[in-house]
Design a protein around this ligand. Structure first.
Ligand SMILES: Cc1cc2nc3c(=O)[nH]c(=O)nc-3n(C[C@H](O)[C@H](O)[C@H](O)COP(=O)(O)OP(=O)(O)OC[C@H]3O[C@@H](n4cnc5c(N)ncnc54)[C@H](O)[C@@H]3O)c2cc1C
Ligand code: SF4
Length: 531
């Protein structure tokens, strides 16, 4: 009688087969690699499979390039990771995904070897699965309460990345026949082409609306394109996922600033019946310390836009330069700060890239993975350190940063322990470039051009959480503009909700239940029907 196979045996066998296939075909990742297993694994065997690590470029190699840091699962490894999912009857992963992706269903399709089916499940609820697989903080979302959380949750994000990127690669060779939705309903304008706007537009197109996105920059994608560097999110992935939304019938008009190049009246006169504001939170917050206007001081947004959108990392092949000295200090410890410090680390001529943050590593808002990557790449961290002054030379160029050491006191309103300066602990850090990454707020241009639109004291747009409707009945909003800086998947979730809200509103107007311009009272029931 044949002995029961252990997870190790299964892995060894599959890796052997994968190697054979790869050698035979001369390629790394083929659909055939992910063939249906010849034998099923028992639950006990599946529980023995450890969480599969993500292969990465070695730090000393990757700091010399802007290529993707993570290399993605090979087919066999993805299959093994997928086998770990226990397909729970009451899956805790789904409710923690703001886009409500049916996670066990897409993983089941991987196990079956049906990557097309897995991709269809992902795309059903999320227009940006390849993006989300790479940048979502899964550890505090879908993976957090996975049944296997204690021994290492199922790597949902890595599997999502595997499926979506595999399909995108395939589509580069053989474009899919995407359903082009024929508009049968009203015109809707979406302002901003970040994840909130793209998602709202895609869902509205599916519902039969004629949608145009107006974007101020020359390329769509919002923060995905101008903020997150290509070594975390390669441009071809963003471009491919946005193109598939355009293929569905969504128009994108770039170089158009709502509130400047086009106005609310222009849109209404042009027949748009509802507006979605997905304008994000792109306005920098200042440090409020002396010397902030020195040469060599950048807001994170300006620095990252030059690098990512204008490709200044490739200057002089690209038109836009970015000036950096030898010692770069980034202030802050969110994802933006990690991106700034890691970009700086890769720029020619930079000898030292340092993070200054007033709390400790455990309070840092960035994903743990981003902090680890920054550390591996040699970024220096000064925790419990607060900048107090930018020191300048006679030509107003930055030549150092005066800081003070901090200690943690009682928790503040955010629940985190309040940093308190330690008297007499001032010291100086020598630097010639400073990147300010302490936070962003919504830009007021778009919202300020809608008469009567309520704006909160934080500069965000208040909405009815069920429908994303603002106090101006035909204006809806979602993503960072409603909360300040958040996450990609949060913006996706809000974009989806807004699409259902807009549909409920315009349906009620069409049916004569309310007049255009009246508030939607039936929102919740209508939304659930539409959804
Ligand atoms: C550097 C950085 C790194 C990040 N890393 C991560 C990460 O790893 N994981 C994660 O989940 N989240 C991350 N985030 C947060 C995430 O990117 C945002 O929460 C998300 O992009 C918000 O989406 P959005 O659609 O609301 O806005 P945005 O992505 O900001 O898009 C808004 C769009 O609206 C356009 N716009 C603004 N005003 C106008 C106007 N008047 N007219 C026309 N267009 C206008 C802007 O040009 C922009 O394209 C990061 C943010 C930054 C800045
Ligand atoms: S909670 Fe974890 S094990 Fe259960 S279905 Fe979701 S991913 Fe699979």
């Amino acid at each position: 009688m044949e002995e029961a196979k252990t997870a190790e045996d299964v892995k060894a066998e599959r890796l052997r087969r994968a190697r054979e296939i790869a050698e035979k075909k001369g390629r790394e990742r083929e659909a055939d690699e992910v063939e249906k297993p010849e034998y099923g694994l028992s639950k006990k065997e599946r529980l023995k499979i450890p969480r599969q690590p993500m292969p990465e470029q070695a730090p000393f190699v990757r700091i010399k390039n802007f290529e993707s840091v993570v290399l993605g699962y090979a087919g066999e490894v993805a299959l093994l990771e997928a086998e770990r999912c226990l397909d729970c009857p009451d899956p805790k992963c789904i409710p923690l995904c703001p886009a409500e992706v049916d996670i066990p269903a897409f993983i089941r399709e991987i196990v079956k070897g049906n990557l097309e089916g897995a991709y269809a499940v992902l795309k059903e609820n999320n227009a940006l699965p390849a993006v989300c697989g790479r940048v979502c903080p899964q550890e505090i979302q879908c993976e957090q309460d996975c049944l296997l959380a204690k021994k290492g949750p199922v790597a949902i994000g890595r599997l999502e990345q595997f499926v979506a990127e595999y399909m995108l690669e395939r589509y580069e060779k053989e474009p899919p026949r995407v359903t082009r939705y024929k508009p049968t309903k009203e015109k809707v304008a979406v302002i901003g082409s970040g994840p909130a706007g793209i998602t709202c537009a895609a869902d509205l197109a599916k519902l039969g609306y004629e949608v145009t996105i107006f974007e101020s920059l020359h390329k769509p994608g919002g923060v995905l394109m101008y903020g997150i560097p290509p070594f975390r999110l390669p441009r071809r992935i963003i471009e491919a996922e946005i193109k598939s939304v355009q293929d569905m019938g969504v128009e994108i008009t770039c170089n158009t600033v709502f509130g400047k190049t086009i106005t609310l009246d222009d849109l209404l006169n042009d027949g748009y019946r509802a507006i979605f504001l997905g304008t994000g939170a792109g306005l920098p917050t200042f440090l409020g310390i002396p010397g902030e206007n020195a040469n060599g001081v950048y807001s994170a947004n300006e620095f990252l836009t030059r690098i990512n959108l204008m490709e200044a990392w490739d200057f002089p092949n690209a038109d836009t330069p970015v000036y950096v000295g030898k010692r770069v200090v980034t202030v802050g410890a969110g994802n933006t700060a990690m991106d700034c410090s890691r970009v700086a680390r890769r720029l020619p001529g930079v000898e030292e890239s340092r993070i200054v943050y007033r709390r400790t590593k455990s309070e840092a808002p960035a994903r743990a993975e981003e902090i680890d990557h920054a550390e591996q790449e040699g970024v220096i961290f000064n925790f419990l350190t607060q900048p107090v002054e930018i020191i300048r030379d006679e030509m107003n160029w930055i030549k150092g940063l005066k800081c003070i050491k901090m200690e943690l006191g009682e928790p503040d309103e955010s629940g985190r322990r309040r940093p308190i300066p330690i008297a007499g602990s001032d010291f100086e850090i020598e630097c010639d470039t400073l990147l300010n990454a302490v936070g962003q707020r919504p830009n007021p241009i778009a919202m300020g051009s809608i008469p009567g639109l309520e704006i909160s004291k934080w500069g965000t747009v208040p909405v009815d959480e069920r429908t994303m409707q603002t106090n101006v009945p035909y204006v809806f909003a979602g993503g960072d503009v409603t909360v300040g800086a958040s996450t990609v998947i949060f913006a996706v979730g809000q974009g989806k909700k807004a699409a259902r809200g807009i549909d409920a509103y315009l349906t009620a107007v069409r049916d004569g239940r309310i007049k255009w311009g009246e508030k939607l009272a039936v929102a919740v029931s209508a939304v659930s029907v539409a959804g």
